[in-house]
Design a protein around this ligand. Structure first.
Ligand code: BDR
Ligand code: CA
Length: 312
């Protein structure tokens, strides 16, 4: 039985690749819908980018909802410096023709969790946690119904990418992240410690292009675009492909290893706001609340991803 999921996202080229990986994997994944959130770029663009991505996969029937347009307590911080002004810069993609759903993304999350049997729907947040936290606040009864939240966000050994102390998704809405990390829902976290190991080297980008398909070319164009920024920043052989790790975990969990530990979110300090304080060394007696991943089989990840993109 494929696993029922909702992708909550702020596309973003790496978000878009994650959506394609899910749509290319119907045996393992049943995508119930996509909720867009403000993050890499404002909501008007992220919801449009989510629809463009579904059309790249030839799946215009996927339901895309717009969710929250700003973080819970602070103004929005965006990342055009990484993703370009549309959030999905790189290839020229046509404006989507598939509709945006009428309902608010948060209402869709709540309704879907109430309508499905408890413990059957997994949430996959790939951006700031505003929609998920808002749903949990508005409808606390959904928390025990969520099977698991598998998210990209945070860092321990790699510390931060938007500030010296914080990873982007958590930094943009730390108050939302705090609600999610304290929710009691089983959490699996893909932090920078993992995603900085899945680098799109020239050979891996060439493998997408060599698929000889439109989706393969588009994925290569997306990764080539954000490479420019990240390679310069990190001085590495390629840029990290963060968000598809979440979907890869659902398909092949054995590619990842981590620790079940306590993770708290810093919300007060000006200097370290949005930091994920992860008790990796288990030096406190705070109760574990997250499976915090630390390592990945990068070659296994890219061979899975390339093979699946080739199916579209
Ligand atoms: C995260 O921030 C965004 O820019 C990416 O899409 C990813 O979700 C990495 O810090
Ligand atoms: Ca993202």
């Amino acid at each position: 039985m494929p696993r029922k999921i909702i992708i909550d996202t702020d596309p973003g080229q790496d978000d878009a690749v994650a959506i394609l990986l899910a749509l290319a994997s119907p045996e393992e994944i049943d995508l119930l819908g996509i909720t867009a959130v403000a993050g890499n770029v404002p909501l008007a663009l992220t919801q449009e980018n989510a629809r463009k991505t579904c059309e790249v996969a030839g799946r215009p029937e996927v339901r895309v909802f717009a969710g929250c347009d700003r973080p819970l307590a602070h103004s929005l911080v965006t990342a055009e410096h990484v993703h370009g002004k549309t959030g999905l810069d790189g290839p020229d993609l046509p404006a989507p023709t598939m509709p945006l759903q009428q309902a608010h993304g948060v209402d869709f999350l709540i309704r879907t969790l109430r309508d499905n049997p408890a413990g059957t729907v997994t949430l996959c947040p790939l951006g700031p946690l505003t929609n998920i936290a808002t749903a949990l606040q508005q409808a606390p009864d959904i928390a025990p119904r969520i099977k698991e939240i598998v998210l990209m966000g945070g860092a321990y050994f790699e510390v931060g990418n938007i500030t010296p102390a914080a990873e982007f998704n958590i930094y943009v809405d730390p108050e939302a992240a705090e609600i999610v990390f304290k929710s009691g829902v089983p959490l699996t976290v893909m932090p920078l410690d993992v995603t900085h190991k899945v680098l799109v080297t020239p050979a891996r980008s060439a493998a997408f292009r060599a698929l000889g398909t439109e989706p393969g070319r588009i994925v290569a164009d997306w990764t080539d675009f954000f490479e420019r920024f990240d390679k310069e920043k990190y001085g590495s052989d390629g840029a990290p492909l963060h968000d598809p790790t979440v979907i890869a975990y659902l398909i092949r969990p054995e590619l990842f290893t981590g620790r079940h530990i306590n993770v708290e979110i810093e919300t007060r300090s000006d200097l370290t706001r949005g930091m994920t304080v992860a008790d990796w060394w288990r030096v406190t007696d705070r109760a574990p609340n997250a499976m915090f991943m630390g390592d990945v089989d990068a070659d296994g990840f890219f061979s899975l991803l390339t093979e699946r993109i080739g199916r579209l």
